[in-house]
Write a protein that binds this ligand. Structure first.
Ligand code: 13P
Ligand code: SF4
Length: 329
């Protein structure tokens, strides 16, 4: 059998301005729009037609009339875009851009757990965070994002139990704000789980008067020291609503500093550091390695070659019903 040789050559460095011009040209030629999540590199956000959190981008994808959607984000986002707008070509610059949360909840394990609960006579609805595969979504009753989770959970019938997958930290936070007890899947985001409480407290001490803003994917130990808790779009709107220059300690993916600065340049933003390594250095683990797979070169290449493309799968039909009901109605 022939061996597959991995191409380990580093990406050739190309001038970002030339790449941006090329992308612009290709976008016109292919009738394409670029959607970029707030966690991808700032230079990609700057050339995007739409930027946003998971909820806003899913709605932008559903509404676009362009023939092609380039989704600078991760796999579950591009998959949701395809499901919500099936007639469009959806391209993901790097097919390997996954998500630790989505990986923590394989569909066969979820189906087996749901069966166990049913056999035990439990009457429940399954609510999935959008950070799940389409196969998982097809097994669920509701899909939520950090932007609409509270609202959806508050309208669920009181006589049903709720199975919430896959983010235990977001689930625990939602239990607190909605007062609904839930059965929690034990998943977590590899970026938000790693923040160090000691470093956060040190940063607070070193920056008197600073305000901590945190994503609800952070563990409770971080959220209890935070003045504002919200998803990326809510964070952006919050800092923009405050005119008085303020120092914010930001407990989420580090690329988020870019849209915050754009929305409210009067403030200072300090990323909350990740854990301290044995050599006393703070690691760069507040960058999501999946989001970081998106580069200008890969955006150009996917537009040029029309791949990698998200192709329709049979279980997308079921996932479409639940996604539309949860995000668009
Ligand atoms: P939001 O886009 O809802 O803020 O979620 C952040 C995230 O982790 C996306 O993967
Ligand atoms: Fe997934 Fe966390 Fe990366 Fe978001 S930041 S894509 S939740 S691993």
């Amino acid at each position: 059998m022939p061996l597959t040789v991995l191409d380990t050559r580093p990406e050739v460095h190309e001038d970002p301005l030339d790449l941006m011009d090329e992308i612009d040209e290709l976008k016109r030629e292919k009738d394409a729009v670029i959607l970029a999540h707030y966690y991808v590199d700032g230079e990609i956000q700057d050339i995007a037609d739409f930027t946003g959190d998971s909820l806003k981008l899913a709605r932008d994808a559903a509404a676009t009339t362009s023939a092609t959607i380039v989704f600078a984000g991760v796999h579950f986002m591009a998959e949701s875009a395809k499901i919500l707008n099936p007639a469009k070509t959806v391209l993901l610059p790097d097919l390997e851009a996954g998500c630790s949360l989505a990986e923590s909840c394989p569909p066969d394990k979820l189906a087996a757990f749901q069966e166990e609960l049913r056999t035990a006579g439990r009457d429940f609805v399954t609510v999935a965070y959008i950070n799940t595969s389409a196969a998982v979504k097809s097994l669920c009753d509701w899909i939520v994002t950090s932007g609409n989770a509270r609202e959806i959970i508050e309208r669920l019938p009181q006589d049903k139990e709720i199975l919430f997958v896959p983010d235990q930290h977001l689930g625990r936070y939602l239990e607190e704000v909605t007062g609904r007890k839930m059965i929690l899947w034990p998943g977590a985001c590899m970026v938000h789980e790693i923040f160090s409480v000691q470093d956060l407290l040190r940063a607070k001490r070193n920056n008197p008067g600073s305000v901590v803003i945190a994503h609800p994917e952070c563990p409770r130990s971080i959220l209890e020291h935070s003045e504002f808790i919200g998803g990326t779009e809510k964070m952006r709107k919050y800092v923009a609503s405050l005119g008085e220059p303020t120092t914010f300690l930001v407990a989420t993916e580090a690329a988020m500093i870019h849209p915050l600065k754009k929305a409210a340049p009067q403030h200072e933003y300090i990323p909350v550091p990740g854990i301290m390594t044995s050599s006393g250095e703070t690691c760069a683990c507040n960058r999501c390695p999946h989001m970081a797979r998106n580069t200008l070169q890969k955006v150009r290449d996917c537009l040029k070659h029309g791949r990698p493309e998200i192709r329709w799968q049979p279980f997308f039909d079921k996932a479409r019903d639940v996604l539309r009901r949860s995000l668009l109605e």
